[in-house]
Design a protein around this ligand. Structure first.
Ligand SMILES: C[S@@+](CC[C@H](N)C(=O)[O-])C[C@H]1O[C@@H](n2cnc3c(N)ncnc32)[C@H](O)[C@@H]1O
Length: 234
């Protein structure tokens, strides 16, 4: 079978460009989100953990930027038929000639003993899927020895005090795995409470931009990106 036929036979979440002009027919085009994450252009020599990697778009992008070692971690999307299949990640890895490692693990189970520590941890699109965000961030912090890039769904963004919307029964997009919509202040507070420092919101950058978004969408829901640091080696 050709690569195109192999791709068409599998479920995809990420739109990804593979060799030979093959583009995976994913539900999500992460090429739009990539600039918002503000990943370092040059990642030469870095060790990177991509938590909740799914088809691996961001893992492969970090490798392309020169990362010395990239680990793609996931479980749900690789094993639950309703989500997808790990075979999609594996096929993309083969097609790209990538050396990205894969580890099957839930974010709550991350620990230095299980997986090691990393210069940069990418935690994109996962926080709102966990039942206990502080516990998940504790686990993420335990394996971060440098920088965290956190991308997530947000809600209640007009509130200045820390607050979070709770979606106990699929209120967010009908997906019962969406639990929480924290606002910016809540995410900043959670990051500090789990040992991160130098917390900066890199998207959206200004309150005016956020207000314009809220007016345009008539909704306080959206996405946000935070950078933070945690140094284990002093
Ligand atoms: C919305 S997708 C985001 C995929 C990718 N990180 C991105 O930003 O495009 C959510 C991902 O989080 C993963 N996920 C959900 N709950 C998780 C958990 N408790 N531990 C690890 N990954 C989880 C899913 O398997 C899925 O791959």
């Amino acid at each position: 079978m050709s690569l195109r036929e192999d791709v068409e036979a599998l479920p995809w979440y990420h739109v990804m460009e593979l060799p030979g002009g093959v583009v995976t027919p994913g539900a999500d085009d992460p090429r739009d989100r990539l600039p918002l994450l503000r990943l370092p252009e040059d990642m030469t020599g870095l060790t990177v953990l991509d938590v909740g990697a799914w088809d691996g778009f961001f893992s492969f992008e970090c490798e392309r930027r020169g990362a010395a070692r990239v680990v793609a971690a996931d479980w749900f999307a690789w094993h639950r038929a309703a989500h997808g299949s790990k075979r999609s990640f594996e096929l993309a890895r083969e097609a790209l000639g990538s050396k990205v490692d894969d580890v099957e693990i839930r974010v709550e189970d991350l620990s230095p003993e299980r997986i090691g520590t990393f210069d940069l941890v990418l935690f994109a699109g996962v926080l709102y899927h966990v039942r206990d965000p502080l516990r998940a961030l504790d686990a993420v912090a335990s394996v971060t020895d440098g920088d965290l890039v956190l991308e997530t769904h947000v809600d209640l963004v007009l509130k200045r005090k820390p607050a979070a919307a709770f979606y106990p029964a699929g209120e967010l997009t009908g997906d019962p795995t969406n639990w929480w919509g924290p606002n910016h202040a809540a995410i900043e507070g959670m990051l500090r409470a789990t040992g991160f420092t130098d917390v900066v919101r890199v998207f959206p950058r200004t309150r005016m931009y956020e207000l314009m978004r809220v007016l345009k969408r008539r909704s306080q829901q959206g996405r946000a990106v935070f950078h933070a640091k945690r140094m284990l080696r002093l």
